[in-house]
Design a protein around this ligand. Sequence first.
Ligand SMILES: Cc1cc2nc3c(=O)[nH]c(=O)nc-3n(C[C@H](O)[C@H](O)[C@H](O)COP(=O)(O)OP(=O)(O)OC[C@H]3O[C@@H](n4cnc5c(N)ncnc54)[C@H](O)[C@@H]3O)c2cc1C
Length: 392
Amino acid sequence: MGKKKIIIIGGGAAGLMAADRLCDDFEIAIYDKGKTIGRKFLVAGNGGFNLTNKVEGEDLAQHYLPHYFLEKALLKNDSSKMRSWLSNLGIPSFIGTSGRVFPEKGIKPAQVLKKIKDRLVEKGVNFFFHHEFIGFNEKCNCIVTTDESEMILDADYYIFSLGGASWSKTGSDGKWITTFEKIGIKTVPFQASNCGLNIEWPDHFKTHHSGKPLKNISISIDDLEVKGEAIITEYGLEGNAIYPLTWKIREAFSKGNTPTINIDFKPLNTREQLLQKIKNKPPKTKAFAQALNLNSTQVALIKSFSEKKYFLEPSVFITSVKHLQIPIQSLRPMEEAISTVGGIDLDEVNSNFSLKKHPSIIVIGEMLDWDAPTGGFLLQGCFSMAQAIDIK
Ligand SMILES: Cc1cc2nc3c(=O)[nH]c(=O)nc-3n(C[C@H](O)[C@H](O)[C@H](O)COP(=O)(O)OP(=O)(O)OC[C@H]3O[C@@H](n4cnc5c(N)ncnc54)[C@H](O)[C@@H]3O)c2cc1C
């Protein structure tokens, strides 16, 4: 008897990882509406290109929301497994100081993608480009279109890895959502995650400080605190200390609140230590800033969000240094976001990521409604899901 047939629709990170996991035991064809595979993977590579993160075990699972959803898959196939997988493909990786895992120096994202594709080709996986999935027929077979025709694909299993709804030029436009609703699958509207913040800067601040970094800061909202760097932009803030806060900010907006972030410019110093440094200084911002080693951008930001009478009084000045409150107007548009939440409702899937209502259909990657911060956790999530697919 020949091998069973799997059709994978969506040739992004999750789809490619699933193909690699299953190609020894199944006949596999990958369909994508674009002209090539892994377009978002390459975009990810333009920035930091964090393949995964050094965090392992329970600690790794804690980075995902909701915690329970990916726990089993992550514990079984965590970051060390992902690094072994990469190494086996001929992609050595290293852990950076931040815990993020990168390909060894000199290895370009396109080379990583090529290694994956070469192995799939070698193992007989077929690729079909410019094929767009547009829905299911009454037997739940997939319908795809090309420029010339529409066709029905027939397979034993279908794996969907159609991505979320940001960076649509990479193919992930989220338009597939209605096709799943039509076969009775509950979905959740897409929203931006890991994205920048819109903040109403005073004009003079925007003019003089856009593009400047705020380094070694800590930013918090409620009990969530992130250390790192933020970049001041024309419209607000971006950066690695901002993106992990997105879910809390989204939560506040959904409750009708205006969220406020708190910046601590001196996270390594206590209030008391800082107060000692300025308590005998003349009550002038310049003298305080010098004693505390604050740069002009930090001082301008403090002035922009504190009343003048306050920033001349040492103890209140320190409050602004340790706890500067900045109201957030909104999140940046979804199209710009590094990832999205929303998509297939998690109640619809079994632990092997098949649909409860249609067990021969498997859904993985960002098209499911889960969330994780940047820093390698998104690709790790795709990998763990691909490894957890369990079909015979
Ligand atoms: C700027 C940026 C930087 C990033 N950096 C990192 C990082 O450093 N580390 C990290 O872990 N993650 C990073 N990510 C996130 C990561 O790239 C994604 O989470 C990951 O690519 C999701 O994989 P996926 O397979 O679910 O979806 P995608 O990679 O988006 O793939 C979806 C595929 O489905 C295809 N498709 C969609 N609809 C159809 C259809 N109807 N018919 C046929 N094909 C279709 C698309 O063409 C696409 O090829 C970054 C993302 C961005 C935008």
